[in-house]
Ligand binder design. Structure first.
Ligand code: FRU
Length: 485
């Protein structure tokens, strides 16, 4: 589809039903479509938004442009779940239908307040000269899922450029705080800006969060704060970050810092640790996390990157969300684990122990392996008969190294940023892998979630094989995963 700016920002009601049906069919019938992860019904999805618990259920929205695989006029699509795995699509929730969000209902968060869900997000407005104003908007969702009472809360103050977005609403004692991604006018550096309010109507800027680090590139997107095991975790996406400050391979990283606490009033982290990449794979971005009433901290990510094209663009749909993960802290690092309900998707369990794990696994499964220490090898997934086409996991447990390699896994993606990702492991230890494959998505949990490597891949769906390249001492289970989405 040829996509002019005019077309990308056409109001939704100007599109005809036939076009939308055609786009939905393209997404649904794609061989790369996912079957147990949230994905577009049509068009493009990006950031998870409004991840929250309200009225006895989890709620999650995603950024959506329904009319093609481009970043056009964005809205929020609403999903609801009891278990963080099985989601019901409740449709369009936040539409770009006011002056303040005329060019997109951009990312934001949600929080239950007095029996309603308060949504706080960025309204992207452009004037006739295409000059942007980022309005921070509050809206309310009632128990029947209706969103109304959109109100402009504040816009970018004088010292911040048009790059000011993605508010997360937080509460401490009786005060509301919002953290936003921002770029200052003077230096054009990326920051997390903190605001406060007593009544959600009158807002006051407190200042940029001091994270104890050097400049964070030219912009920070999607900042999030979550409390995990008594610590404060700040998750955020710095753009243009100097690789000397923290190394990363993707176009923009999704990073986190663990601190002892946060002092909102003085906008600083107490005893912040170092920067870490949240995911060691290819495509994780815009992660959103929240503290749920069950006492756990959960996160979910966009699996897709800004400024990156993907093979399904040709089919007019793009991207997906990760599975929801539970967060804990061990040895000053985040551990990311699948949530319990993922186990209920397992079916047709097989115990596996041969080098050829399966000739007919397909590409919708969970594979759990314990590889005995002291071995070096290569595991092929989504492989053809002679293993020349496959997604590969290369491991060296002696030297503590693991590589996810998508070079031979079908259609190329973002090759300028490399075709493999490497992570280090504790040397001379058994290696535990919990691998989730969903047609064009792989999520590898290493050693109980000490590292996670996530990536899109676009292999021939007729490649059903899983095999080690060499004799390997291991034990494992393989399950087919149910289609739920
Ligand atoms: C991150 C982002 C956000 C913005 C949204 C728009 O992927 O650029 O900063 O709010 O996407 O869709």
């Amino acid at each position: 589809m040829e996509c002019t700016r005019e077309k990308r920002y056409l109001p939704y009601n100007k599109w005809d039903a036939d076009t939308l049906l055609h786009l939905q069919a393209q997404a649904a019938n794609s061989p790369y479509q996912l079957h147990y992860h949230l994905h577009p019904i049509s068009g493009l999805v990006n950031d998870p938004n409004g991840f929250s618990y309200f009225n006895g259920a989890y709620h999650l929205f995603y950024q959506s442009y329904p009319f093609g695989a481009v970043h056009g006029l964005k809205s929020w699509v609403h999903f609801k779940s009891q278990d963080l795995v099985n989601w019901t699509n409740l449709g369009l929730a936040v539409e770009p239908d006011t002056m303040a969000d005329s060019h997109g209902a951009y990312s934001g968060s949600a929080r239950e307040i007095d029996g309603r869900l308060f949504l706080m997000y960025t309204g992207n407005h452009r004037d006739e000269n295409w000059v942007r104003t980022p309005y921070q908007i509050g809206a309310w969702m009632t128990k029947d899922g209706k969103v109304s009472d959109k109100t402009i809360l504040f816009k970018n103050p004088d010292h911040i450029t048009e790059h000011f977005r993605d508010p997360q609403i937080l509460k401490q004692n009786d005060t509301y705080y919002a953290i936003l991604g921002a770029q200052d006018k003077a230096e054009k550096h990326g920051h997390i800006d903190i605001w406060k309010s007593q009544d959600l109507k009158n807002w006051e800027e407190l200042g940029f969060l001091d994270m104890g680090t050097e400049p964070m590139g030219y912009m920070i997107e999607c900042p999030n704060i979550v409390r995990v095991d008594g610590k404060v975790v700040v998750i955020f996406c710095p753009q243009g970050l100097d690789k000397k400050i923290a190394d990363y391979d993707n176009v923009y990283p999704d990073m986190y810092i663990i601190a002892d606490d946060i002092d909102f009033e003085n906008h600083k982290l107490i005893n912040p640790g170092k920067l870490h990449n949240l995911d060691k794979g290819f495509d994780v971005y815009a992660t959103q996390a929240f503290n749920a009433p069950d006492g756990h901290a959960y996160e979910v990510s966009w699996v897709g990157l800004p400024d990156t094209t993907y093979p399904t663009d040709d089919e007019n749909w793009a991207n997906c969300l990760s599975q929801v993960k539970e967060l804990v802290i061990k040895d000053d690092k985040l551990i990311q684990k699948p949530v319990k309900a993922m186990r209920a998707l397992r079916q047709d369990e097989e115990q596996v122990s041969d080098p050829i794990i399966s000739e007919k696994a397909g590409q919708q499964y969970e594979l759990k392996l314990k590889i005995a220490q002291g071995q070096t090898g290569n595991l092929h997934l989504a492989a053809n008969e002679d293993l020349t086409n496959s997604l590969q996991i290369k491991f060296d447990t002696q030297n503590g190294k693991l590589v996810l390699d998508r070079a031979q896994a079908g259609q190329a993606v973002a090759v300028d940023h490399g075709t493999s990702r490497e992570t280090s492991l504790v040397a001379n230890k058994d290696l535990e892998l919990d691998i989730f494959v969903d047609h064009s998505l792989i999520e590898v949990f290493v050693n109980g979630g000490e590292e996670v490597l996530t990536g899109r891949y676009f292999a021939d769906q007729a490649n059903p094989k899983i095999a080690f390249e060499q004799n390997t001492a291991y034990t494992g289970q393989l399950w087919q995963m149910k289609t739920i989405l």
